[in-house]
Design a protein around this ligand. Structure first.
Ligand code: GMT
Length: 375
């Protein structure tokens, strides 16, 4: 198949899923055309069967704001026509699904039957899409897509109830390359981070308010009352300054290690003991899956799709949003009991491999493409 993929190219789960999916499809012989405003981060080197088309955003003195949605439609039109695409798969509804819909309408006049598949990832449905000004357009673009997938059962249900959508939505969970994401401890690195043999908690995110990163710092504060522990914070975003301020206020500036944006996640996850995910909203939790694949038990909140990923009392523990005491209690339980920790760590790895490995999930996308294409 010849497939166009549109996603946000920066850090973020939807871009990661889109790019890794494209790479896997290309490896299976499909021709993949990424259409985005910048090269997706995970597409850093040449891959056979993958092409990149940059959306040029026109500037003109009259346009005080950029016309990204329209520029994207124009680029889609060009790529669909000249590369003879069979379908366009857009990741994150806003504005990608609308841009694709418009391209399809333009091409109808030329008897094209390009198919549009939209994958819903999270805040496109649970937060941004619910803004009254966006809601009707998000609903419309979902209803007009030829196929729609959601990354969890939770997100599917939310879409149906919040947008009153009467349409089949296919649940296809996030996936992991469990061979790449496997525990590989670099003792020097671990000793550097925790020179006195401290335990290590880790959290990776884009530091948006929805991730409640400050809760991870408060959990560390509680855990340290019982066990010497460090917290690695990977990523960057709007709440980073607030996190740095809180770490200073709690006198944890030496124990909260801000690593910023990082590419070498496996090394960092492998050096850690427990993954913390205190999110307020999380449609699936790809970063927690990356941790699980590296053998980390996850202590998280019970929101969104997290219970579809984390099995309470088997691969980690689930608590209510903001319940710092409980998250700290669960963390201490695991850190204090080596035998229990080992069982949870193995369960985490096994669940990542047996349920969310890319070899199991990629065929679900291919089957869905074929269904939508009417094959
Ligand atoms: O919805 C977002 O926050 C954007 C999106 C992204 O691009 O980072 O994240 C979502 O998509 C991931 C991949 O499908 C999911 O694993 C994340 O749980 C989800 N984030 C949220 O729901 C907050």
């Amino acid at each position: 198949m010849k497939i166009g993929i549109t996603c946000y190219p920066t850090y973020g789960g939807s871009g990661v899923v889109a790019t890794e999916l494209g790479k896997e499809l290309a490896a299976l012989g499909h021709e993949i055309h990424f259409i985005s405003y910048a090269l997706p981060r995970r597409l850093s080197h040449f891959v056979e069967n993958i092409y990149f088309h940059e959306v040029e955003i026109s500037s003109y003195p009259l346009f005080e704001q950029q016309l990204y949605g329209l520029s994207l439609t124009s680029k889609m039109l060009e790529v669909i026509e000249y590369e003879k695409l069979d379908l366009i798969h857009v990741h994150y509804a806003i504005p990608h699904a609308v841009s694709a819909y418009l391209a399809k309408q333009v091409l109808k006049k030329e008897n094209s039957d390009i198919k549009i598949i939209t994958t819903l990832h999270g805040t496109d449905i649970t937060l941004v899409g619910l803004e009254p000004s966006f809601l009707p357009l998000v609903k419309f673009s979902i209803e007009e897509s030829d196929g729609v997938t959601a990354v969890s059962r939770f997100l599917k249900e939310k879409t149906i109830t919040n947008y009153h959508i009467n349409k089949d939505i296919e649940v296809i969970h996030n996936f992991i390359d469990s061979e790449a994401y496997t525990r590989n401890v670099n003792e020097n690195f671990r000793n550097h981070l925790a020179p006195n043999g401290e335990k290590i908690l880790v959290h990776t995110s884009n530091f948006r308010p929805v991730k409640r990163v400050t809760d991870a710092i408060r959990v560390l504060h509680k855990v340290r009352e019982q066990i010497p522990t460090k917290l690695l914070l990977v990523g960057d975003g709007p709440d980073r300054s607030e996190c740095e301020r809180l770490a200073r206020e709690l006198d944890l500036q030496k124990d909260v290690i801000f690593l910023g944006k990082q590419d070498g996640l496996v090394e960092i996850l492998s050096a850690s003991d427990i993954f913390l995910m205190p999110s307020q909203s999380e449609s699936f939790g790809l970063s927690a899956l990356e941790g699980m694949s590296c053998g980390l038990p996850v202590v998280s909140t019970s929101v969104g799709g997290l219970p579809e990923l984390i099995v309470h009392n088997e691969t980690g523990f689930i608590a209510e949003i903001g319940d710092i005491d409980r998250m700290a209690k669960y963390t201490v339980q695991l850190l204090k009991n080596d035998k229990k920790y080992k069982v949870f760590s193995e369960n985490s790895r096994n669940r990542a491999v047996n349920v969310f490995e890319k070899k199991l999930i990629i065929p679900q996308y291919i089957n869905y493409y074929e269904k939508v294409m009417g094959k």
